[in-house]
Write a new protein. Structure first.
Length: 296
């Protein structure tokens, strides 16, 4: 039994679920049945210790060459880099898919609306974000912070900087979602194959998971989102990983396809300039390449 040697670090809403569904089928790859362990960024999980993490998610590792933890929100958490370094060492490697931060924020917002966690308009939610985060941190409610941090989870340079205190930039494969995944998947597969040092040519990369949608039944959505008697019964009788898997299956069963209205170019440019421009300039200097996000 082994622990992860690779992490799909983020960013949230950048096709990480699709890559999980694809890569877990490779004979030399192990990934837990539940995509996101949330061990290093949920204090309640981390306090259970590394042996709990190993037994809960990696007890079935055989002799796979690549062992993954797919938890995109590790990129956002301030504590994760130190925890990963101290728990798993300096050889850990990270895959980071970065998406136009305005589109990522809007996709994140629509995901929260779909799951019943957001009732405000997109611009109202952005205006409320800093106050919400401040309150959720006071309440020690990290999950709610993740749900509403639309702008904050797109500050890529700021987030990567915390990891570069512990890891060299060569430990990272940084992929531009908009120019590579969306437009040149063959190049993405080649880069990923070289980074993992395994042949990915036999995998089907035409899988698109976690598409936008909306709830068919609001009562079902309420039962899986809000604390209630049924969830307490589940917590008592069913192990955590199984609860997570069941919850996701119910969410997917209760989801119907929904195409939300896109932002127009003026809105996108305004939001990019107001919130992301300076951070992205620093990111481009770090990776030595233009992202071209504000030109797409």
């Amino acid at each position: 039994m082994s622990l992860p040697n690779y992490m799909f670090l983020g960013a949230a809403k950048s096709a990480t679920t699709s890559f999980y569904d694809i890569l877990k089928n490779h004979k030399e790859v192990f990934a837990p049945k539940f995509k996101e362990p949330h061990f290093f960024n949920f204090d309640k999980n981390f306090s259970k210790g590394i042996e709990w993490y190993k037994q809960t998610y990696y007890s079935n590792v055989y002799d796979e060459k690549v062992i993954f933890d797919f938890t995109p929100t590790y990129l956002y958490s301030n504590s994760c880099a130190a925890r990963i370094f101290n728990s798993l060492g300096s050889q850990m490697k990270f895959i980071v898919i970065l998406r136009d931060p305005v589109n990522r924020a809007y996709s994140h917002y629509n995901h929260s609306v779909r799951d019943g966690h957001e009732e405000n308009s997109f611009l109202e939610a952005i205006d409320l974000e800093s106050k919400r985060i401040e309150q959720y941190r006071k309440d020690n409610d990290f999950l709610s912070e993740l749900r509403c941090s639309y702008i904050s989870q797109g500050m890529y340079f700021k987030m990567l900087k915390s990891y570069l205190k512990y890891y060299d930039i060569n430990n990272f494969l940084i992929i531009n979602f908009d120019e590579e995944v969306a437009q040149n998947m063959n190049q993405t597969i080649t880069r990923l194959s070289n980074f993992l040092n395994i042949d990915l040519s036999d995998l089907d990369f035409n899988i698109h998971s976690n598409k936008s949608g909306k709830s068919k039944n609001k009562t079902i959505q309420y039962l899986i989102n809000k604390d209630n008697f049924l969830r307490k019964v589940f917590r008592f009788f069913i192990p955590q990983v199984n609860r997570q898997i069941i919850r996701n299956k119910i969410k997917n069963f209760n989801k119907t396809e929904f195409n939300y209205k896109l932002l127009n170019d003026d809105q996108r440019h305004m939001l990019f300039k107001k919130y992301f421009e300076n951070d992205i300039k620093k990111l481009e200097e770090l990776v030595g390449k233009k992202t071209n996000w504000n030109k797409l």
